[in-house]
Design a protein around this ligand. Structure first.
Ligand code: XUL
Ligand code: CO
Length: 440
């Protein structure tokens, strides 16, 4: 059965195409610095936003028109798998991602939940055997069910800690079974509402213990995918422990977990933390911790995680710049953790949204590669820091000086001269590069 019968295979038609169901910039085979766009961008579809999300918000009920919604229970779960693989093929993505509860309904007991999941995972495995679409990552949803009201691995309740461990144990088995390239931990309710009732030290120590047990279990079963932490500062919890990359990194270092994890960086989480997307990518990159990306964008006029499809070319360019500088994403990818707006409720909107996101990152990739080839920023930055390549600057970076010598040097300095940072000039160069890429 076809769930998207009005849509055929989405193809690349180039930037002059007026066909709404075609890529204008994303050409999977096109080579950028020797690698195909498909290999470099590694796009993924988020199962939850595309096949499970119904459009409901705190003020209104579900309104998405989804032909699989005529089913319920396990039949609905199976119909979603069929629809998902039809969608993956038509939009031509190499990856998808899911939470356990996105693909299979919870049963009345944990055992029943496992049985439901096993059945659907078998079906997914079957589809994957003939599909080019692979699993970028899976994860356990440990935030929706009321049992997680006080968190999962940081819950006040040891029974919830144990239940969460069981869910992640199962998730790692599923990851191994489906050949998932990564396993994600997003701490949905791993945080606190008020310090008046919170033992933060115990909660963080427990989170450290939980991650060590996950690392041990992956080793035990021979699962070799990359572990990823996805930072987010707030929502649903007022304060979340994995606030941003810097906070997450300090946590991993404190609990001696830094060699087992990297970060999955989401654009909208970065902006909620008061950072740009590229800031978070950069902090991860310079620490060797950039693992994967949840590609979306927020709305500067709204204060929450709006999870919009990414269409901001400035942001996609600076993001791709970081990713290229990182030498790519390794086993990671660009997962569209993004949902269509409530008003975009028709099934075709799922295609328009992904096309918009994929084209935006394809443009970002092209412009970023050109900025790197032409050493636009590298050249400027190299020159800006040139005082550290000779004389006293060289002594500083090579560790050949101390406060005594520096004081002697400062005392005999005539006049200190600084040069302009040229922010506006650099921004206008980026605009120039963006516009010239768009006209090709
Ligand atoms: C929530 C979010 C999650 C994670 C996976 O803000 O980003 O969907 O990506 O749990
Ligand atoms: Co996310």
């Amino acid at each position: 059965m076809a769930y998207f019968e009005n849509v055929n295979q989405i193809k690349f038609e180039g930037h002059t195409s007026t066909n709404p169901l075609a890529f204008k910039y994303y050409n999977p085979e096109e080579k950028i610095a020797g690698k195909s766009m498909e290999e470099l961008l590694r796009f993924g579809v988020a199962y939850w936003h595309t096949f499970t999300m119904d459009g409901s918000d705190p003020f209104g009920s579900g309104n998405m028109l989804r032909s699989w919604d005529k089913f319920s229970g396990m039949d609905l779960a199976k119909a979603r798998v069929e629809a998902a693989f039809e969608f993956f093929e038509k939009i031509n993505v190499p990856f998808f991602c899911f939470h356990d509860v996105d693909v299979a309904p919870e049963g009345n007991t944990l055992k029943e939940t496992y049985e439901n999941l096993d059945e659907i995972v078998e079906m997914i495995k079957d589809y994957m055997s003939t599909s080019k679409t692979k699993l970028l990552w899976n994860t356990a949803n440990m935030f929706s069910h009321p049992r997680f009201v006080h968190g999962a691995a940081t819950s006040v309740n040891a029974d919830v800690f144990a239940y969460s461990a069981a869910k992640v144990k199962k998730g790692l088995e599923v990851a191994k079974d489906l050949g998932s390239e990564n396993y994600v931990f997003w701490g949905g309710r791993e945080g606190y509402e008020t310090l008046l009732n919170t033992n933060m030290k115990l909660e963080l120590d427990n989170l450290g213990r939980f991650f060590h047990m996950a690392v041990d279990y992956a080793k035990e079963i021979g699962y070799t995918g990359q572990f990823l932490i996805e930072p987010k500062p707030k929502e649903p919890t007022k304060h979340q422990y994995d606030f941003d990359v810097a906070t997450g990194l300090a946590f991993l270092q404190k609990y001696d977990l830094q060699n087992h994890f990297k970060f999955n960086i989401e654009a909208n989480h970065a902006t909620l933390a008061g950072h740009t997307f590229e800031h978070e990518l950069h902090v991860a990159r310079i620490n060797g911790m950039l693992g994967s990306v949840d590609a979306n964008q927020g709305d500067p006029l709204l204060g929450w995680d709006t999870d919009e499809f990414p269409t901001d070319l400035y942001s996609s360019t600076l993001a791709m710049y970081e990713i290229l500088k990182n030498g790519g994403l390794g086993s990671g990818g660009l997962n569209f953790d993004a949902k269509v707006r409530r008003g975009s409720f028709e099934p075709e909107d799922l295609f328009y949204a992904h096309i918009a996101g994929m084209d935006s990152f394809a443009i970002g990739l092209k412009v970023a590669q050109k900025l790197i080839d032409d050493k636009v920023l590298d050249g400027f930055i190299e020159e800006r820091y040139s005082s550290y390549t000779t004389g006293i600057g060289k002594d500083i970076v090579e560790g050949n000086t101390n406060f005594h010598k520096l004081e002697d040097y400062a005392l005999q300095l005539p006049e200190i001269k600084n040069t302009s940072g040229r922010t506006e000039r650099l921004k206008s160069i980026i605009n120039q590069y963006l516009l010239s890429a768009l006209s090709k």
